[in-house]
Design a protein around this ligand. Structure first.
Ligand code: TPP
Ligand code: MG
Length: 284
């Protein structure tokens, strides 16, 4: 068992005061503590961005990758040792812009990993350009006349790509977000969680109070999490913003379908009889 305090890395976040990433960090630590995960068997993998600094602030194994590349190393770590708990996390720019291909392919593969998008609807670290989730018409540093493009809807992408667990949380509701992350980690299969994360510096037009006014909880609305079409309809809502679990079903996971991975993780495979020289000769 590990407490939230024991998950403190000793490095203090340099996020702006009031940043929604603080709530996500607390919720992630809370979920790991709640599930009793062992820090040395838990890996937090990120991309590049303000939010992607998170592996520095949590005392588990961690890897900060390149921009848009949280999911490829997370996939590799999982496939090398699927007994580890792998949590990939990154911004909306990271996952819905440069990393969108990885996002969709990871969802369709049903790898048993969790992917969290810190969705502040802006490129935070590079000081305020519109991202793929910035809503049409929004004025940002890079779109002084309002962004002309329709925004990407991350839960809808995950549902379309075949994810088996799709949820949305709000960094201003830490107990609810903690529960969603814990449910995502516990889910056998890929779990996607989009998190409304206010950016208090570059999205002053999207404050905590607006989220609080707009959001409602799916679990209080009689939503059936096994109904894909109902999940799609909820994910497409714009007047009110649902949070909670949109969709959750069981399907065979990736590693169960590969005979040698079903038996044991790759790191435990006996390679004493494998001649590396033979491979080198063949491939070089
Ligand atoms: C290949 C590459 N392209 C662009 C950048 C510059 N860059 C760094 S962070 C970032 C966007 C960050 O936005 P987001 O992923 O939403 O994270 P946030 O800072 O909002 O948490 C960009 C474009 C980079 N580091 N690498
Ligand atoms: Mg962002």
């Amino acid at each position: 068992m590990v407490s939230i305090e024991q998950l403190n890395s000793g490095h203090l976040p340099s996020w702006c005061p009031g940043c929604g990433d603080f709530g996500i960090l607390i919720a992630l630590k809370g979920a790991i503590a709640k599930l009793g995960l062992e820090p040395h068997r838990t890996v937090v993998v990120s991309g590049v961005g303000c939010g992607s600094k998170i592996p520095h602030f949590i005392k588990t194994c961690g890897f900060e990758s390149l921009h848009g590349r949280a999911l490829p190393p997370a996939t590799a770590i999982h496939l090398a040792n699927h007994e580890l708990t792998v949590i990939a996390i990154g911004g909306d720019g990271d996952g819905c812009g440069i990393g969108l291909g990885h996002f969709m392919h990871t969802m369709r593969r049903n790898l048993d990993i969790t992917y969290i998008i810190q969705d502040n609807e802006i490129y935070g670290l590079t000081v305020g350009q519109a991202s793929a989730t910035t809503k049409k018409g929004t004025i940002t540093k890079s779109t002084p006349h309002g962004t002309p493009e329709d925004a990407i809807n991350p839960p809808l992408i995950a549902l379309a790509a075949g994810a088996t667990f799709v949820a949305r949380g709000f960094s201003g509701d830490i107990p609810h977000l903690t529960s969603l992350i814990a449910q995502g980690i516990e889910h056998r299969g890929v779990a996607f969680i989009d998190v409304f994360q206010p950016c208090v510096t570059w999205r002053k037009d999207l404050p905590y109070s607006l989220y609080q006014q707009k959001i409602y909880k799916l679990e209080e609305a009689g939503h059936d999490v096994t109904d894909w079409e109902a999940a799609v309809a909820r994910a497409r809502e714009t007047e009110r913003w649902p949070i909670g679990v949109f969709y959750k079903v069981q399907k065979p996971i990736y590693t169960d379908q590969i005979p040698f991975l079903r038996e044991k993780p790759l790191v435990k495979a006996d390679i004493s009889n494998v001649s590396i020289d033979k491979f080198v000769e063949e491939f070089l």
